[in-house]
Design a protein around this ligand. Structure first.
Ligand code: SAM
Length: 228
């Protein structure tokens, strides 16, 4: 069932105005009418059923007691990789349950970012993936980060995925976990050292060298498996 977010609290019986993207999607793309029931998630993460009452408003008809969020807050610091791969990876990270994505301007990232336009595009992808996967929140896309910014994103447990590491990632259940994935060319040695000094534990994802996007999805799956 289709889901949309609204950025305010609501309750059963309320009439809510929908934003233009939501209306466009419901009416023009899906060609739905007043009979169609969809999900609305409000700013308090509450889920409701709703239906259109005209071409710009819906009525909230039923409250669902539903929490699809993980107990663990996962932050993925993802080095900038080629745009299409970055976008697909972020979409999948949201489906898997990640709460925060930090696009990281790693020393060897070939992709360079000048303005926030790309962040807006990532936010759109995140929102649509959150709707599609019935999340209770829209995960946050943080500002593009440099090495010096990474300590802002430390969690209870912190990992750097490093292909030359021998210790296989053994993830302990915790309230919050941050992990870092390097770019196509991997981490530069000094960069890797500095990240470890910040408190990130170096872990291996096995003997094979994974593409950055595979590594991010694999690491998230391991965490979700432990922390579901
Ligand atoms: N430096 C490598 C090279 O060019 O052969 C590859 C880097 S890999 C494509 C991109 C990132 O994925 C790495 O920086 C690391 O974070 C992660 N990664 C890939 N395979 C991994 C593994 N087996 N264990 C841990 N991390 C891995």
């Amino acid at each position: 069932m289709q889901q949309y977010f609204i950025n305010r609290k609501t309750c059963v019986g309320s009439i809510e105005e929908l934003d233009k993207d939501t209306l466009y999607h419901l009416i023009k793309v899906l060609r739905k009418n007043n009979k169609y029931i969809f999900r609305i998630v409000d700013s308090d993460k509450n889920v409701f059923y709703a239906h259109l009452i005209n071409n710009y408003q819906c009525e909230i008809t039923e409250s669902l007691n539903e929490n699809n969020e993980l107990d663990t807050d996962i932050t993925c610091i993802l080095s900038l990789i080629k745009n299409d791969k970055m976008e697909l990876c972020i979409q999948k990270l949201v489906e898997l349950g990640v709460k925060r994505i930090v696009p990281y301007k790693s020393v060897r990232s070939v992709i360079k970012v000048k303005d926030n336009k790309k962040k807006e595009r990532l936010e759109k992808i995140v929102k649509e993936a959150a709707e599609q996967s019935h999340r209770n929140i829209i995960p946050k896309v943080c500002d593009y980060a440099d090495l010096k910014d990474l300590n802002k994103y430390l969690s209870e447990k912190n990992y750097i995925c490093y292909e030359s590491e021998k210790n296989i990632a053994e993830i302990e259940k915790s309230k919050s976990i941050t992990y870092i994935i390097g770019p196509e060319g991997g981490f530069e040695d000094k960069e890797y050292q500095k990240i470890c000094e910040m408190g990130f534990e170096s872990v291996s994802l096995g003997k094979r060298i994974l593409r950055a996007e595979t590594a991010a999805l694999y690491m998230t799956s391991i965490i979700v498996g432990k922390c579901q």
